[in-house]
Ligand binder design. Structure first.
Ligand SMILES: Nc1nc2c(c(=O)[nH]1)N[C@H]1C(S)=C(S)[C@@H](COP(=O)(O)O)O[C@H]1N2
Ligand SMILES: [Mo]
Length: 494
């Protein structure tokens, strides 16, 4: 047990870690490209970023949206590359789940097989020991021993038991469902954008570790180390075989990346349906059912709130807007006992709810705003959906082919939520923002707020509401305009 004869399960775990780790890395970079800016404040205040990966400048005094800030990264660094946030997220979450599973199996086996002893330091002497080893290395003394030296113990334990859990903890903190249900959790971390920045720094630490680790392996004696990690041999290593297996593993890694990348770019809908949809079972379980407990204070309201989704350009909308929406009528229909037609005055006469919440856009930015309007539950109580109604569809006034021909796409914006989210206490039809009538860029005259979900679910410029049994016959059948055209997952709790 004191030698480095790695058992097969440990070598397999090492390889899986490389496969999932690199896929997570590239898909993570894809996600970053959708909002290539990092902040320490949850207003994601423009020009307050501490790090950016874009040269784009947003025009002053003119409406720009967060889609204009997106970058397109090469497939060499991003999975799949070319501005495909939806697909990047599918791979990121799939590989996260598999990486966590493989990691748990590894840790369980580590203890079951008593392998943990060589990895986990058992005495505080490891700290001065690691320091001395580091000094030795810096002096050019490569100290090879059959057991891990204190520096290795510290580094490996740190990666497995500190860095990996920290990556998970900061990743989960980015879920709107978690931050809505447990606002203290992101406060504890210093905010959502702090969690996002830390998530990125953790990535850099993983990369730094991998570089140093690989260098050390080479310095310690490449042949012997390769023998132990691919063949489990430390004595009399069969070097050609070790090299063959090692290179074979590397080739397999490249092949996996190449296939996943090409397949995603060619068959985005299949990736959405086959990779993402099965994952929704897990995502629903973890991120669907909690209620939002957000109650930020008025002093926390963001000085600037980004816009995503440009206002409608259709003349009938522009006419409504010119008349301050006095002719606006919200149509409520579908599988309901009482179809409704409600003017803004009708809506204002209903019970009013005000909430200060954090908006989290799928691209990465956040902002805090105060919203006031009618709880959707009030509408549900009045229209009385039939028992067959399972989803609520929100149809919008913005035709994306005119409001945002580039880089957006065809058809009118719409979105759906299920009856459970519709009944949540912070699900409202907002007609006010920060104490003012809802501004046009933010969705006048009426927009949805579903405070446990990503921003794209919160349809602006609502024209009509329909209760349906299924949404597969609407649009391209994915549950919303962004799901249809950007391959987002309709399950938007993370
Ligand atoms: N009608 C409509 N609603 C929409 C969108 C859109 O393009 N059209 N974009 C969504 C996205 S992606 C986000 S993040 C929020 C942004 O809301 P805001 O513009 O008020 O910040 O609106 C959502 N609702
Ligand atoms: Mo968004």
């Amino acid at each position: 047990m004191e030698s480095l004869d790695f058992p097969l399960w440990l070598r397999a775990a090492h390889f899986l870690n490389i496969v999932f780790g690199t896929l997570i890395l590239r898909s993570g970079i894809e996600i970053l490209s959708a909002h290539p800016k990092l902040y320490w404040n949850d207003h994601a205040q423009p020009r307050s970023e501490w790090l950016t990966f874009t040269r784009k400048k947003m025009p002053e005094g003119q409406l720009w949206t967060s889609r204009d800030e997106e970058e397109s990264f090469s497939s060499w660094i991003a999975l799949p590359g070319h501005n495909n946030l939806g697909l990047g997220r599918h791979w990121h979450f799939l590989c996260d789940a598999l990486w966590v599973l493989a990691g748990l199996a590894y840790v369980v086996l580590l203890f079951a097989a008593n392998e943990w002893r060589r990895l986990i330091p058992t005495a505080w002497e490891v700290i001065p020991g690691a320091w001395h080893t580091a000094l030795e290395y810096l002096r050019g003394h490569i100290v090879y021993s059959k057991t891990y030296n204190p520096l290795q113990q510290l580094a490996y334990t740190g990666v497995v038991f500190v860095l990996a859990p920290a990556a998970i903890a900061t990743g989960v903190a980015m879920s709107p469902a978690i931050s809505a249900r447990f606002p203290w959790y992101i406060r504890l971390l210093g905010g959502r954008q702090v969690a996002r920045s830390l998530h990125f720094i953790i990535l850099l630490l993983f990369v730094a570790f991998t570089i140093v680790h690989t260098t050390m392996v080479i310095l310690h004696g490449f042949g012997r180390e390769l023998g132990s990690i691919v063949l489990g041999q430390t004595e009399n290593v069969n070097l050609p075989l070790a090299l063959g297996v090692g290179l074979g593993g590397l080739a397999l890694l490249f092949l996996i990346h190449a296939i996943v990348t090409r397949y995603s770019l060619r068959h985005p809908r299949r990736v959405q349906n086959w990779v993402d949809r099965p994952l929704n079972v897990l995502r629903r379980l973890l991120f669907h059912h909690g209620l939002s407990a957000q109650d930020y204070s008025p002093t926390e309201v963001s000085p600037y709130f980004r816009v995503n989704g440009r206002p409608p350009r259709e003349s009938f909308y522009e006419k409504l807007a010119r008349d301050h929406f006095k002719d606006y009528v919200l149509e409520v229909g579908g599988l309901v006992k009482n179809p409704l037609r409600l003017t803004l005055d009708d809506l204002r006469a209903m019970p009013k709810q005000t909430q200060i919440t954090k908006h989290i856009c799928i691209q990465g930015w956040s902002a805090i705003g105060q919203w006031a309007g009618v709880p959707l539950g009030e509408i549900i109580a009045r229209c009385e959906p039939l028992s067959t109604a399972r989803h609520v569809v929100f149809y919008a006034f913005d035709n994306k082919s005119t409001s945002e021909p580039h880089p957006a796409g065809p058809g009118y914006f719409y979105g759906t939520i299920d009856m459970e989210l519709a009944a949540h206490r912070q699900t409202i039809l907002a007609y006010e923002m920060n104490g003012q009538p809802l501004p046009i860029p933010h969705g006048a005259p009426l927009r949805l707020r579903v405070e446990t979900q990503l921003g794209f679910k919160m349809v602006k410029y609502i024209r009509a509401i329909e209760f349906v049994e299924d949404f597969r016959h609407i649009g391209q059948g994915q549950g919303g305009w962004r799901e249809d055209h950007q391959y987002y997952s309709t399950e938007a709790g993370i």
